[in-house]
Structure formats: structure tokens, C-alpha cells
Ligand binder design. Structure first.
Ligand code: SF4
Ligand code: SF4
Length: 261
């Protein structure tokens, strides 16, 4: 709205920006922000309605604010300047605020230089770090669920919502899930419930988690029947190598006996 009014009022604002309209700033997922950086954007700016002026009960602008505060810490953790991400709140009548904010933001991003290059990171490293954290977005959201729903009233509290040490710990104590080949009974429950098809298995086959695809949602850990307890949750420790494919067939005791006789 403020961008529209700026246009109608013939206010000059940067042309080095690609505008994407969304119904609510709360609709901007952390995955979208990281994808924009992965696609080569040097900065991401989110404009939201003023806090406490949301017309709906959802107060999506608070969600957007919390997401930005968390995402800034994640950018910082992977070596990117958090100033490349900015959120500002304004009403539809604040055309001047919009223009000043985006012009100032673009100026700052130019000072920082191209993404990665400004931080002394090569392109390959930049892409791999961004791809790695993008994959972990569901995990970050799950772990920070409560904080992401908070409504801080005082901007002085923003910095403390996601303390740097806490985010560093989140990475160093990152959980992983592993299927114990000695316990898996190939019931296929986890394979059916995994939201990203990260579990390799089949009838009579010991199941294995593809760590590259796993988003650490913990569903497999929750759904593996208690009588098997085959899924282990590992925290800050290396995941054992997957069982070689040729050793994944489960030989049931009864069958083993039949084969011997
Ligand atoms: S934690 Fe389990 S269910 Fe969730 S993505 Fe990883 S393998 Fe799939
Ligand atoms: S739910 Fe448990 S027992 Fe069943 S296939 Fe998965 S890991 Fe194996």
C-alpha cells in the first residue's frame, strides 16, 4: 500500500528492488528469505503494517518480526552480515517512510557489497551454507515455536529474543535421527509418515534415513512403535554410517530355521 502511494505521489524510490506483494507480512516464511539470498539477492527488505494495528486476530506482523530476528541470527552464524535483512512497519499512508526506508536500505546493502563477496566468502561456500540452513528451516521453527509466537512491545527487547549463544548452541547441539539396524522391524510406519521422503526402506528391509534429505522434524522418532524403539535421537554427535544396501534384508527367525532344515 505504501509502495502504491509512493508511486501515485511520484516519490522517487530505488529501481534496484524487486517488489513481491503478499497479503500479510506474516506470510513471508524464513524459507522465502533464504531462497532470495540463494537466488543471488544481496538484501531482503520486508515491509509490514504497524505493530498492534493488524486488522485481524493473527497479528502476522509480529510473526514476521520474530522470523526476521531469528533469521538475522542465522545469517550471522553462517558468516553473512545480518544487516542484509531488514523489516520495517508502516501504514498504507506512509509513502515517505517507505521511500526513505528502502532507499536507505539499498544504500546500506551497496556499501556491504555483493552477498558473500562483502563477507569474504566464495560463491561455492556461500551457496552451500545457505542451502544447508534452508534445509533446516522446519527444525528452526519447531525448536523456536514459542518465541516465534511472542509479541515484544519494546524494541529494546528485540536483540535478546534469540541470543547469539543460544543460536550457536542450536547448531552445535543439532539433533539428528538414526534408525538402529538391530531394532528396525521394517514396519514401514516411519517411511509412510516422513514428510520429505527421507527414509529409504521397503517390505522386509531395514530402513535407513537419508541425512541429506532429513529436515529433523522428529516424526519418525514419534511414530516408531514403542515395542521396536528403533529410531534414535542424537544430539551433537555424529550419525553412524548407513548400513550397506546388501545388508538391509531382514531374515526372520522362523525363516532362518526353515532355510537351515
Ligand atoms: S526426522 Fe525422520 S520423519 Fe522427519 S524428516 Fe527426518 S527422517 Fe523424515
Ligand atoms: S517405524 Fe521403526 S520399526 Fe518401523 S520401519 Fe521405521 S524404524 Fe523400522
Amino acid at each position: 500500500m505504501a509502495a502504491d502511494l509512493a508511486g501515485v505521489s511520484r516519490l522517487q524510490y530505488t529501481s534496484e528492488m524487486r517488489l513481491i506483494r503478499v497479503m500479510c507480512s506474516g506470510r513471508v516464511d524464513m524459507a522465502f528469505v533464504l531462497r532470495a539470498f540463494l537466488n543471488g539477492m544481496d538484501g531482503v527488505f520486508i515491509g509490514g503494517c504497524r505493530l498492534n494495528e493488524c486488522n485481524y486476530v493473527t497479528h502476522g506482523n509480529y510473526h514476521a518480526l520474530n522470523m526476521v530476528l531469528l533469521c538475522k541470527r542465522i545469517l550471522e552464524h553462517i558468516g553473512l552480515n545480518p544487516e542484509r535483512l531488514k523489516i520495517e512497519f508502516m501504514s498504507g499512508a506512509d509513502a515517505n517512510v517507505f521511500v526513505d526506508t528502502v532507499n536507505g536500505f539499498v544504500k546500506r546493502v551497496k556499501e556491504l557489497g555483493p552477498l558473500g563477496q562483502g563477507e569474504g566468502m566464495d560463491r561455492h561456500e556461500l551457496k552451500s551454507r545457505l542451502a544447508e540452513v534452508s534445509k533446516l528451516v522446519p527444525y528452526f521453527k519447531m525448536v523456536n515455536q514459542e518465541k516465534l509466537a511472542s509479541r515484544l512491545q519494546n524494541p529494546e527487547e528485540y536483540d535478546g529474543l534469540f541470543p547469539k549463544e543460544e543460536i550457536d548452541r542450536l547448531f552445535s547441539e543439532m539433533v539428528s535421527y538414526y534408525i538402529d539396524p538391530e531394532k528396525c522391524q521394517a514396519c514401514m510406519t516411519c517411511l509412510r509418515r516422513c514428510p520429505v521422503e527421507a527414509i529409504v526402506g521397503g517390505k522386509g528391509k531395514i530402513h535407513v534415513i537419508d541425512q541429506e534429505k532429513c529436515i529433523k522434524c522428529g516424526t519418525c522418532f514419534e511414530v516408531c512403535p514403542p515395542r521396536f524403539e528403533a529410531v534414535r535421537k542424537l544430539s551433537g554427535e555424529p550419525v553412524p554410517p548407513p548400513l550397506p544396501e546388501e545388508k538391509r534384508t531382514i531374515v526372520r527367525k522362523g525363516k532362518e530355521k526353515q532355510e537351515k532344515s
